[in-house]
Design a protein around this ligand. Structure first.
Ligand code: COA
Length: 560
């Protein structure tokens, strides 16, 4: 399933908590804006009963934010430092041409990555930005995050989601998600970008938001919603609201998180209609920004059409109305700045006990991370030994290997990422029977010891059959899954295209131009960018940044 290094995923076995007894959160049949105001009480009653049921059905769930966090200490690291052997990461001279080929390929992939990132960072484009900032007097989504976060430490998730989809380009899926810190507490952020069609939800936006919620649930992270959304993107409404993993699931998840005692705080920082209004209403504590934030089931034009009543957005669902009359929001803020300060104050009331500040001691790898560009393989014939990659990722290039002599096409062992102990499971050729046994043994060890695992995946398909679906991917619920830009994700290798069963179908002539077209299609559909656009992963990271991202995720996975 996963070809070519390097998709890396971080995975800890976590309890399955979904209760089959809870079908759906359906308090959202609110027909009129006046009912909406009255019905927050109903929503809360229903949400609370849902939470009660969940508490009974999932009694083992607790929200201890940092049970394993920072268990490492300086003294222990000192010992590891002495005993973990150092890997030899020097690149053999006979492999230099492979290194050069890989390097050229990585440079091309990174250029595509940078161009796309630049495009995505412009959101909905210049005129939409002007409308957002000049006419609607709102801050851009990234400015909002900057005001809210403790510092610049922020891991953005899936920025390429929504790129080149059948229904067009939706920059960053119209919402920014990621992980950062407020008042020292790690949080997952879900922030609509209203420069992209008024922050409305496309099918991919719903998927992105659900993924962010899943991360919050799996890693027990506080969730912050910055809501500025016109609800469903109506031309695609049938593809984003009725099914199990569609829009309604976002509100269902909010109830689930509440039952798990995962706090959720929302800021209404734009005009929020229908689905856009439910998120802050179901959240546990909500702040609204005066003159900028509003919430309604349908805006003034629809009210006029339905009831003949003329009403301004402020009277219908503005900050004063919701903080003074309906009680739908809990805090009134006179500016965006004040709203984000208010969020920080809310976080201070969550009663979290933060772990003691501890600066972990660690050594950098002995080899340059830049050389990872020459190690990221261009194709199956360009793969170098996985330990060359490991020696550029882990602290001091020190690796305590497990079952070194057995099933050698899979490398397993312990290492540190910025002082945190991690298990490593890394492909080094075909996944054989012995290698699989070794891998499962090692995963069990890590699970028993509560050690996060870093998977480095690089499995070539056997030609011409598809590779086994049992290989690790999204279906196995890793806590996080990232790709390097050179990664390819496919069941089959396009080099063997002429032997594909479909190429021999009656409808398929199998002539050269047809095979060429099929190969190009397969190559494009196997690219990391194609995968990331569809949220089959949590984003593309540059090889030289892997260590930073890996450390970040280890920290959060340690906290589960
Ligand atoms: N579905 C599809 N497109 C929508 C939309 C929706 N629900 N809401 C807004 N858009 C589009 C607009 O057509 C416009 O497209 P354009 O840039 O191609 O012209 C773009 O989003 C921005 O809308 P605009 O009204 O110009 O911007 P704004 O910032 O002043 O207002 C909203 C944004 C979302 C507040 C406003 O458009 C609105 O109230 N939309 C209707 C929301 C609604 O009724 N939703 C019901 C969902 S069930």
């Amino acid at each position: 399933m996963w070809n070519n290094i390097t998709s890396c995923s971080l995975w800890r076995l976590s309890p399955s908590f979904m209760s089959s007894r809870i079908q759906t959160l359906t308090p959202l049949f609110i027909r009129h804006y006046k009912d909406f105001c009255k019905n927050r009480q109903t929503i809360w009653t229903l949400r609370n009963s849902l939470c009660q049921v969940l508490k009974k059905t999932v009694p083992t769930l607790t929200c201890n934010m940092f049970p394993h966090c920072f268990v490492s200490n300086k003294a222990r690291y000192g010992q590891y430092k002495k005993t973990f052997p150092v890997l030899d990461g020097s690149i053999p001279s006979v492999c230099e041409h492979v290194f050069e080929e890989n390097l050229r390929n990585s440079e091309a992939c990174i250029q595509r990555y940078s161009e796309l990132l630049c495009k995505v960072s412009k959101g909905g484009g210049e005129s939409a930005i002007l409308r957002h900032t000049q006419r609607n007097k709102k801050l851009l989504v990234r400015e909002r995050l900057r005001m809210l976060l403790d510092d610049e430490t922020f891991l953005e998730l899936s920025p390429f989601a929504g790129f080149d989809l059948p229904y067009g380009d939706v920059p960053a899926a119209g919402c920014l998600t990621g992980i950062g810190k407020i008042c020292g507490v790690w949080c997952v952020f879900m922030a609509n970008d209203a420069t992209v069609k008024g922050g409305t939800a496309y099918p991919i936006s719903v998927k992105k938001q659900l993924r962010a919620q899943q991360i919050a649930i799996q890693n027990r992270l506080l969730s912050i919603y910055l809501v500025d959304s016109g609800g469903a993107f109506l031309p695609l409404q049938a593809e984003l609201f009725p099914d199990q993993s569609h829009g309604g699931r976002v509100f269902y998840n909010e109830a689930i998180m509440s039952a798990m005692k995962i706090p959720q705080v929302a800021v209404v920082c734009g005009s929020c209609t229908a689905g856009g209004a439910y998120v802050p209403t179901v959240a546990e504590e909500t702040v609204i920004v005066d003159k900028i934030g509003s919430m309604f089931l349908a805006g003034p034009p629809l009210v006029k059409a339905a009831t003949g009543e003329d009403i301004s957005p402020e009277d219908l669902g503005g900050a004063s109305m919701h903080s003074k009359v309906s009680g739908c929001v809990d805090h009134f803020a006179s500016s965006e700045k004040e709203a984000y300060e208010c969020v920080r104050n809310i976080v201070l009331t969550l009663n979290y006990e933060l772990p003691p500040e501890e600066t972990l001691e660690y050594d950098d790898p002995l080899y340059s991370a830049e050389e990872l560009l020459g190690l990221a393989p261009r194709g199956y014939s360009y793969t170098l030994h996985i330990k060359l990659i490991l020696s550029r990722l882990i602290d001091g290039s020190r690796f305590q290997e497990f079952k070194a002599e057995y099933g050698t096409t899979l490398v397993t062992g312990f290492a540190h990422m910025e002082g945190h102990l991690v298990g490593i499971v890394a492909n080094n050729g075909q996944l054989t029977h012995d290698a699989s046994l070794k891998g499962s043994h090692f995963v069990q060890l890590c699970s028993q010891r509560s050690i996060p695992i870093l998977f480095l995946q690089n499995t070539a398909p056997h030609a011409p059959e598809p590779t086994s679906l049992s290989q690790c991917g999204r279906s196995f619920d890793p806590n996080f899954l990232f790709l390097w830009p050179n990664a390819r994700v496919a069941l089959v290798d396009s080099r063997h295209i002429s032997t594909f069963p479909q190429a021999r179908d009656d409808d398929c002539t199998g002539d050269d131009s047809e095979l060429k077209h099929l190969k190009e299609k397969l190559d494009e559909e196997s690219s990391a960018f194609h995968s990331s656009a569809r949220l089959w992963d949590d984003g593309i990271i540059l090889p030289q940044n892997s260590r930073k991202v890996g450390f970040f995720l280890t920290l959060n996975a340690h906290s589960t």
